[in-house]
Design a protein around this ligand. Structure first.
Ligand code: NAD
Length: 464
């Protein structure tokens, strides 16, 4: 490893780092990727992927325990083997992480395990777990070190009763009472998973709605569904203090009306966002909120040092991180290339019902004074949804009034996170209601709901 000068040293092996490393290798560059844990980063090892594995178990258990009679299946008594549930999620992560290590070998990307710090221009120091260090040379460096759970200083994580999302994926047993603070994607997904397995879940959100970043109609639909399922949702309620004693937690909440309330739980998940992880790098300029400052080519304040992914802020999602990383690499090795920032980034929350969106929300269009029309289609009018027993939710599309250009898509319901790719493509290609109308949608599919919502925007829906 030492003694050689790499074209690129990537610090961090998550969705920004590993994708950057592979893309640079495809361009014929010599690449070293330094990762202190397992390749795949948060997404693959402690985030998106194990959560989705747990979610699949939760969906299965929920269907069998609550709807088996409806589907004509006799199950007898059901029970949960929690250790196996967790073990399955771990093995899914492990398999995919090994897959990335394989891709690295295939593309001849060198992987080094340890902690990296920028020593000087073109020099990165690697510190291995055994304490030994090595100075490595790279023509370019890409920092892709991600982010970690934000801790509320007054009540730090203790890994047992006050936990972060990583702990939530590895709890030794199902808590009887789970309190979740924050209803972003993490709080919402974990609430759904644990409730499905039988925990009593209370989800507390300081803002007026769950998933407050989404179009309000989606948030309201999700709240209605969560409450009907039995998840206690306290919106407009801020957690002021948490006290952990005798293996339990007591939370004091204040509502927007100024009332105080106390809640007891066995475990409390704090999911109130993330903070950037920044490697030691003398002279590296940060924003006020601690993210790495980059210019339009993803260049940091240090010469030939770039950064991409969660550590630069913006929309902190795996898919935008990978996009930024590829843009950074393309620009790094080709001065004629103009790197782009991610646009039309889909947002997906994997609970039941699923929530997915891309493009503008209605409140943004109103604030911008854009004239728009709305097309909605309820899944209860979709033959495919009725056949699957998944009639909860709807498709909502927003088009410009004058030219009919698609402006935003907001979906709640079965497979919403897969379906969102269709309006995502339409937004990127600047398609209109007429273009989306002209396409033939296979029958019976949930995708037909998108067609019907397009028609509904023009008042000509067939099935609603
Ligand atoms: P988030 O910022 O999305 O949501 C945090 C929520 O906590 C906000 O709605 C905020 O109003 C609320 N909050 C803050 N302080 C509070 C308090 N004291 N009391 C009550 N509510 C409070 O953060 P997150 O859910 O922790 O997710 C972290 C990051 O990981 C985000 O960037 C998210 O997009 C990403 N992520 C995405 C997915 C996905 O795409 N499915 C899944 C997991 C995580």
């Amino acid at each position: 490893m030492g003694g050689m000068k790499y074209d690129l040293i990537v610090i961090g092996g998550g969705p920004a780092g590993y994708v950057a490393a592979i893309r640079a290798a495809q361009l014929g560059k010599s690449v070293l990727c330094i990762e202190r844990g397992r390749v795949g980063g948060t997404c693959l090892n402690r985030g998106c992927i194990p959560t989705k594995a747990l979610l699949t178990n939760a969906e299965l258990y929920r269907t069998l325990s609550m709807r088996s009679a409806e589907f004509g299946i006799r199950t007898g008594e059901l029970s949960v083997d929690w250790q196996q549930v967790i073990a399955r999620a771990r093995s899914v992560s492990e398999r995919l992480s090994n897959g990335i290590a394989f891709l690295f070998r295939k593309h001849k990307v060198t992987l080094a395990t340890g902690e990296a710090r920028l020593a000087a221009t073109g020099q990165v120091e690697l510190q291995r777990e055994d304490g030994t260090t090595e100075l490595l040379e790279g023509e370019h460096v890409l920092i892709a070190t991600g982010a970690r759970s934000r801790e509320i200083p007054a009540f730090p994580f203790n890994g047992k009763t006050i936990i972060n999302s990583t702990d939530a994926l590895n709890l030794p047993e199902l808590p009887q009472r789970l309190l979740v603070i924050g209803s972003g994607a993490i709080g919402t997904e974990i609430s759904y998973i644990y409730h499905s397995f039988g925990s009593q879940v209370t989800l507390v959100e300081a803002l007026p709605h769950l998933l407050p970043q989404e179009d309000e109609e989606l948030s309201v639909a999700l709240e209605r569904s969560f409450r009907a399922q039995g998840i206690r949702c306290l919106t407009g309620a801020k957690v002021q203090s948490l006290e952990a004693a005798d293996g339990a937690v007591t939370a004091t909440l204040s509502t927007t009306e100024g009332q105080e309330q106390q809640l007891q739980a066995d475990v409390c998940l704090v999911a109130v966002g993330v903070v950037p992880v920044v490697p030691e790098a003398p002279g590296l300029e940060l924003t006020e909120r601690g993210f790495i400052k980059v210019d339009e080519r993803y260049r940091t304040s240090l010469p030939r040092v770039y950064a991409a992914g969660d550590c630069i802020g913006g929309v902190m999602l795996a898919h935008s991180a990978s996009y930024e990383a590829v843009q950074a690499v393309e620009g790094m090795f080709n001065p004629a290339y103009t790197p782009r920032r991610p646009e039309h980034i889909p947002s997906c929350t994997y609970c039941h019902p699923q929530v997915a969106s891309v493009g503008k929300r209605e409140r943004e269009l109103r604030a911008e004074g854009v004239a728009y029309k709305v097309g909605r289609f309820p899944l209860q009018a979709s033959g495919r949804a009725v056949a699957a027993g998944e009639t909860e939710g709807f498709v909502k599309l927003l088009f410009g009034s004058e030219d009919g250009e698609l402006l935003g898509a907001h979906l709640v319901g079965a497979n919403a996170t897969e379906l969102i790719a269709v309006p995502g493509l339409a937004l990127n290609a600047e398609l209109t209601d007429a273009d989306l109308h002209a396409m033939i949608y296979a029958h019976p599919t949930l995708a037909e709901s998108i067609h019907e919502a397009v028609l509904a925007a023009d008042g000509i829906a067939i099935h609603a």
